[in-house]
Design a protein around this ligand. Sequence first.
Ligand code: COA
Length: 134
Amino acid sequence: MNMLDDMLPAVEPALKIPARPQDVNMYGDIFGGWLMSQVDLAGAMRAIERSRGRVATRAVSDFQFLRPVKVGDMVLAYADVEHVGRTSLSIGVHVYVERRTPPDFDAVVQKVAEARLVYVAMNSDGSARTVPPP
Ligand SMILES: CC(C)(COP(=O)(O)OP(=O)(O)OC[C@H]1O[C@@H](n2cnc3c(N)ncnc32)[C@H](O)[C@@H]1OP(=O)(O)O)[C@@H](O)C(=O)NCCC(=O)NCCS
């Protein structure tokens, strides 16, 4: 995928949430940490689905903020299982915004971030468990 591909993938997003005024820094742009949290949530939901159970975030790499997110943007995060190990799952998350501005409020799509996260499948006692076959 092109890093600045401004077309939404033709699948359901793992997460869709508006960026709100309480999520901004002093310049009016959305905090990076807020977006990182949404990316972790999106990746975790995909990892839970694939591993059929509890997971913990183990590592985050290649986190890139490609463009700023603005208040009012609809944030859509898409999560793909890229690799399954014994207890771990590597998930690629790609984040887009739909921005609607006056006068016509037509949606303009921009890719704003991407990251790779590793989750470990967990037992209820907090130990790692084997990821089951699909
Ligand atoms: C998850 C946890 C129980 C696993 O501990 P562990 O059994 O000692 O296992 P490890 O962390 O060494 O490795 C587990 C898997 O993660 C993989 N892994 C570990 N670090 C990795 C990294 N930096 N990048 C990629 N994969 C990694 C290992 O290769 C292994 O994968 P595999 O079983 O598919 O081969 C433990 O690391 C933990 O509790 N971490 C904290 C998790 C957490 O609280 N996250 C939320 C933070 S707020």
